[in-house]
Ligand binder design. Structure first.
Ligand code: BTN
Length: 259
């Protein structure tokens, strides 16, 4: 055990530190948010915890992070032009979906931009934050054996857990190893400009359907047909009059699937 980093800024003690490929993985019992701990860590650090007191999700929402789930933040180096890395959040969604499929989760799908869904229920979510110009913190929350809807009854019928969908769930540490290996591969594909190959697979993974789109700073909502993403990671939609439109992820306030 490495004792050179005994405490986080919020006073939680490290339980373990292990090397996994190029990653250094710090494990905690409980932290406020793994992404806050990861914030000041160098590239190729990963922080995981059994519980988060203040897990956060996209658009400022709270993320229930009870015992039994996978709460992980990985610090990914993003060399070169920033625009190249716009595709990363989508790519990680795709990589995680492949991990779940590899475990036998056949009904896994992506909901734009990067929610990992099992049918209509959410299995995992991703939060990518940039605190430094040379790296991003990728937060992954995946429900494994936990019960988020017991912690917050407002979540009834919204999340699902991995144990409900795959025949054998690996230990969380093993799952973290597999996920980090996939992130390493993806990082190299993007760093070398080869992500376009994955983009085609990614676009086959969406279930094309009618969605309601709200854009930032615009009050009206549009009903459009979801068509996937382009190789920059921009959202592609088609309107009823057949015109195709593209939007950068930052322009989109909300995309809601319509039944
Ligand atoms: C979403 O809204 O779908 C994204 C959820 C991301 C949750 C993860 S759990 C690990 C990391 N730490 C956090 O506080 N959030 C992310």
């Amino acid at each position: 055990m490495d004792t050179s980093f005994p405490e986080t800024t919020d006073g939680n003690r490290v339980q373990d530190c292990a090397s996994v490929g190029e990653w250094k993985v710090w494990s905690f019992d409980e932290v406020s948010s793994t992404s806050d701990v990861a914030r000041e860590h160098p590239a190729w650090s990963a922080i995981c915890a059994s519980r988060q007191r203040k897990g956060r999700g996209r658009t400022g929402r709270a993320w229930v992070s009870d015992e039994g789930g996978l709460w992980l933040s990985a610090v990914i180096p993003t060399p070169g032009e920033l625009s190249r890395w716009q595709i990363l959040p989508l790519g990680v969604g795709w990589a995680l979906m492949e991990v779940v499929r590899g475990l036998g989760g056949e009904d896994v799908r992506l909901r734009w931009p990067n929610d990992i869904m099992m049918g209509k229920r959410k299995l995992a979510g991703l939060l990518v934050e940039r605190f430094h110009s040379d790296r991003v913190v990728l937060g992954i929350g995946m429900n494994i054996r936990n019960s988020p809807d017991k912690v917050d009854p407002a979540l009834a019928n919204i999340p699902t857990t991995l144990v409900e969908h795959v025949p054998e769930v690996p230990e969380i540490n093993e799952l973290i190893r597999v996920i980090l290996a996939e992130i390493s591969k993806l990082q190299k594909l993007i760093a070398t400009g080869n992500f376009v190959k994955i983009c085609e697979d990614l676009n086959r993974s969406w279930s094309c359907q009618e969605v309601e789109l709200s854009l930032r700073g615009k009050s009206n909502k549009k009903r459009v047909f979801f068509e996937g993403v382009n190789d920059k990671g921009d959202l592609l939609v088609r309107s009823e009059n057949q015109a195709q439109m593209s939007y950068a992820a930052a322009e989109v306030e909300l995309l809601r699937e319509l039944d």
